[in-house]
Design a protein around this ligand. Structure first.
Ligand code: ADP
Ligand code: MG
Length: 230
């Protein structure tokens, strides 16, 4: 079955009398189960594209078909449902809730995802264990290293068993050794748990090492799109 299809997608930001075509009439089909890396210089539209697929934003024009449904024309509630159930998002700056512990950050996602109360504790512990954080459950984000905080974010992204992980420069704030560990978790989610992964990265070597396909954006358009032989 078709997974994600972008049809003549555009996102225009209007600022005063300036119109910025962050995504400019872009069409793309993304197959299920792959690791797709999105590369391109700063300002080329990478984050805008990921946010559109994740339902954090709406297109100005065109369609985002996610498993047969047009994500761009959902109601507010349906869009929120898409965000909670279909996608798991991971950001460069982790975006955890800073007054909550690792465990509470995961629990919150499980509550939003509608996981029944009696199942939540076990599920949270299992998610934290999967990212190697069973010894850090009561730590708050500022009591965790950057790599550990990103592990919590990955556990949270996996909480509701999403169809796709969307990662926006997930290793941008990490040293190279920690970055490799974090990428390892994404690869494991792909190979072991069959999650599709769409990842933005600046690191073209990394993209070549782990991706099945690389798309390069330039001015909101696809400048390059190729399969990686591994
Ligand atoms: P990238 O992630 O590739 O660095 P972005 O998707 O963040 O690029 O941004 C693409 C373009 O859209 C940039 O020119 C940026 O300045 C502009 N842009 C992004 N978000 C907004 C916004 N909320 N309002 C206005 N312009 C924006
Ligand atoms: Mg960006």
């Amino acid at each position: 079955m078709e997974f994600i299809r972008l049809d003549n997608l555009s996102k225009i930001y209007a600022r005063g009398n300036q119109r910025i075509h962050a995504i400019d009439n872009l069409s793309l089909e993304i197959e299920e189960g792959i690791i797709l890396s999105v590369v391109g210089r700063s300002g080329s539209g990478k984050s805008t594209l990921l946010n559109l697929i994740g339902g954090l934003d709406r297109p100005t024009d065109g369609k985002i078909i996610f498993k047969g449904k047009d994500i761009g024309s959902l109601s507010k509630n349906e869009q929120a449902y898409h965000r909670r159930r279909n996608v798991g998002m991971i950001f460069q700056s982790f975006n955890l809730i800073y007054s909550y512990s690792a465990y509470e950050n995961i629990m919150l996602a499980l509550i939003f995802g509608g996981v029944p109360k009696r199942l939540r504790n076990q599920r949270a512990m299992e998610l934290l264990k999967n990212v190697g954080l069973e010894g850090r459950i009561s730590h708050k984000p500022d009591e965790l290293s950057g790599g550990e905080a990103q592990r919590v974010a990955i556990a949270r992204a996996m909480a509701n068993n999403p169809e796709v992980l969307l990662a926006d420069e997930p290793t941008g704030n990490l040293d190279s050794i920690t970055a490799n560990e974090i990428i390892g978790l994404l690869v494991e989610a792909n190979r072991g748990k069959k999650k599709s992964v769409i990842m933005i990265t600046h690191d073209i070597d990394l993209a070549h090492r782990v991706s099945d396909r690389i798309v390069r954006l330039l001015d909101g358009k696809i400048a390059e799109d190729y399969l990686v032989k591994r």
